[in-house]
Design a protein around this ligand. Sequence first.
Ligand code: GLN
Ligand code: ZN
Length: 774
Amino acid sequence: MTVVTANLGFPRIGKHRELKFALEAYWSGKSDAKTLLDVAQKLRAENWALQKKAGIDIIPSNDFSLYDHVLDTAVMVGAVPEIYGWKGGPVGLDTYFAMARGAEGEGHGDCGHAHHHGLAQGVPALEMTKWFDTNYHYMVPEVVEDQAFGLTSAKPLEHFIEAKALGIHTRPVLLGPVTFLKLAKARGSAFKPLDLLPRLLPVYVELLRQLEEAGADWVQVDEPIAVLDLTEGERHSFTTSYGELARAVPGLNIMLASYFGAPADNLSTLAVLPVAGLHVDLVRAPEQFSDVLAAVPADKILSLGVIDGRNIWRADLAAILERLEPVVATRKNLQIAPSCSLLHVPIDLELETALDAELKTWLAFAAQKLAELATLGTALVEGRDVVAETIAAASQAVAARAVSPKVKDVAVQARLAGVDEAMQQRQSAFTERRSRQAQSLALPLFPTTTIGSFPQTPDVRKARSAHAKGALSDLQYDTFIEKETEAAIRWQEEIGLDVLVHGEFERNDMVQYFGEQLAGFAFTQHAWVQSYGSRYVRPPIIFGDVSRPQPMTVRWWAYAQSLTEKPVKGMLTGPVTILNWSFVRDDQPRSETCRQIALAIRNEVNDLEKAGAAMIQIDEAALREGLPLRQKDWASYLDWAVESFRLCASGVGDDTQVHTHMCYSEFNDIIGAIAAMDADVISIETSRSKMELLDAFRNYDYPNEIGPGVYDIHSPRVPEIGEMTELLSLARDRLSDRQLWVNPDCGLKTRKWDEVRPALVNMVAAARQLRAAA
Ligand code: GLN
Ligand code: ZN
């Protein structure tokens, strides 16, 4: 029997976030490069040892990264844009981090020693974007039309050798050339980065030869774009690339890894590539199993991704074995693996000492997933009997979860079953609502507002952590938050904003704050996953039917409104965003969980209205980013996403103005859905696009009101009045005056008051200039 277990990648951050702290110490100048690199090396050694101890046969190397594996690849092939001042040779740490985070000139900011290393001018970071449909973000490589590539980093080789010295023969992981170029952005002129493939391949050839010389027999080459909609030409790039690599380095075996879905229409291309193995994701796309078995020739090694690398649930080992055993009986050359790299799950469940004991038995993090994989491997090779107890325990946990009263709430299910069309429909159409709201709210033309949060100053953070530790009583904490809120209200009145916000000082995070108050959600202490670089998040775990035991925000809204005659917006996070930023149940469709959250938020919306809120904002920052990878799946996602939003927003009267907010998005793809959400007002991030994002709204004849961001909140720079009137006039070219609101791009929680104050004063002045001239 020839079934071996393989892992595709392990989280880099360390059980106790060691990498984050080491990076931040280095960036702040508190430690040196050697200290940072030592921590990194220690983490790698720990990770390899953990995987070996778990009994995994094939252990990856080069899955580690100081910041991001796509950035590592860019740096490795010499795709370093000119502005970073790289002169060839190995790319130093400071150049690497300048690409990751930007660098200030003259030694300011958090890259304090930049100018000692030749970065005399401030430079911006590369763009960052989401890695497929995960919440991991990668740095977008930039290439120019006459891009020269060259092998400039020995990292894959060094890490292979490093592991070998520890007695572990690894399978190095590389980001594939096709995916790398497909994700890259053309700079300077319009061309397709994929056309640079012939120039890039020699770098891969050189690298593979070096690895082979160092003793590697296999490499894992990740090509996740294989699960996307591809053009004929893009598909052909696979044939070209792997034909060339196989020809040039025939002695090294390639495991081509697809994940996050099925190759589907790309499968026939992948199946016949001259590579030794193919990995497929049978968790996200279980239905492809028979197609894959039929398409992939029997002499190729098939790696079956059967343990969920994207979610935190304990696997039903017996059910997986049911599927695998018949295949193992008839086919040689099988590997079993997680569906994708374990980068996307927390490291070790054992660290969770405060989690509900029963819930804990339902979960598996990276370390536990590897143990599951090892059990499966043993069962397949030596028979189930050898690991009967472990399999039975897993079955038991799965069965207990299925019937647990913690999961099921009959009241929620009854309420969901009773949802009808009318509950998703505002009382009147937008035009009718608009005239009623115009009357009751009596706002000026170009009303000014902000997106919700004000600076989370060190004082606010200190108070929150003191409260969490018990050093600050509930009363003391609430008094502190009231003081902050009052100051924010007074200040907003003073500078003349038309619609105020309470400032969100009481919120740790726009999803966590709600999750902590909703039934069906659990929170962890140490279950961090990398969002980008040194930023890690602890997504809530939605394990049961969701309901809202009591009001979550009314108190803070009411307090803020009691201080002013101006309208204060109620401020909520929408159901789709809460869903997309959480670990979700795998025992019911996402759509169903989303509707449950929508009903819970609907209660809050209705309570805010009852308390007197005339405006309620429901943020859907993550609506666009939840779009499925394949276009054919978009419509059904958007259907239930829009329906969920409408469900939570439609319980209010016509006089109540519903706002929503979306961060930077490609709105063309979803403009129909945005219109169908039917929010009275939407604020969006637009300032950096010179209002071009509004074209989608203009072309659609979008009827409702819009606040296109006129102030880039991602930058500490204070925009001048003139810049904002300029942007507003670009907006007026596209939309009618009666539609337009004036607001920043997004919430201001990450900014400092010194930046926010003058910027908002200028923003109000810009709106007034416009009004005077209109
Ligand atoms: N109301 C939130 C805030 O201002 C919205 C943030 C977001 O959508 N990213 O912080
Ligand atoms: Zn935003």
